[in-house]
Design a protein around this ligand. Structure first.
Ligand SMILES: [Zn+2]
Length: 223
């Protein structure tokens, strides 16, 4: 298939493009997680209602080309990587047999949105929506509290306290189908957990998906 667009990862135009914006060779080298190595809210899930799935869909480890491209989105001022990563996330969702009704990105606080120019989770959600032909509702959740970047949080408990009351529902959503909550990276899981807990008030199934996480990543010894 010749898409006319260069591979996002090696920057070459290839006739061997098997997915949007990624060539077969680069696809084969991405750090896919093993199906058996599941990501979840783990111990954070104590107060989640049953209609929120504790398991988070996550196709990649946060390393290599995936990490580089997520960092480009977060700090490099370009949302272009979402065009390759969004469809790969959609594939992971569809493989689990999840049929989302609406897609909701984890919002940024408006101050951070202003300084960054766009919300990386929203761009990924837009590409998921396009791939799955489902509507994106970026208005449904708002971030009312500005929390410090994850890297500055002291520990899991501290991070959890900071982020737990950061989100509010800001609209209605008709229907009873699954709400697909989208973020870029799961580190401690606290942000996603806090957002999922708020979405649970809609009384419909909530399923979270992130692009990457190192939760449960096997330790590979240095050679
Ligand atoms: Zn390539």
């Amino acid at each position: 298939m010749l898409t006319g667009a260069a591979c996002l990862f090696c920057k070459r135009r290839s006739r061997d493009t098997v997915r949007p914006y990624i060539c077969r060779s680069c696809l084969s080298r991405l750090p896919f997680r093993r199906q058996s190595n599941r990501v979840s809210f783990q111990s954070l899930a104590l107060t989640l209602p049953d209609h929120v799935n504790r398991e988070v869909i996550c196709p990649f480890y946060y390393t290599g080309a995936i990490r580089e491209n997520l960092l480009i989105m977060k700090f490099g001022g370009s949302w272009h990587p979402a065009r390759a990563l969004g469809p790969l996330m959609a594939e992971a969702v569809l493989r689990r047999g999840i049929c989302a009704d609406i897609i909701v990105p984890v919002p940024l606080h408006k101050k951070r949105l202003q300084s960054r120019g766009f919300n990386q989770a929203e761009r990924l959600a837009a590409m998921l929506g396009r791939t799955m032909s489902r509507p994106v509702r970026a208005d449904l959740l708002v971030r009312t509290l500005e929390t410090p970047p994850q890297s500055e949080a002291p520990d899991l408990a501290g991070r959890f306290r900071q982020v737990l009351s950061a989100f509010e529902l800001s609209g209605e959503a008709d229907g009873t189908g699954t709400v697909l909550l989208v973020d870029d990276v799961l580190t401690t899981g606290a942000t996603l957990y806090a957002a999922a807990r708020v979405l649970a008030a809609l009384n419909r199934p909530v399923q979270a998906v992130v692009c990457a996480s190192n939760q449960g990543k096997p330790v590979i010894p240095d050679r």
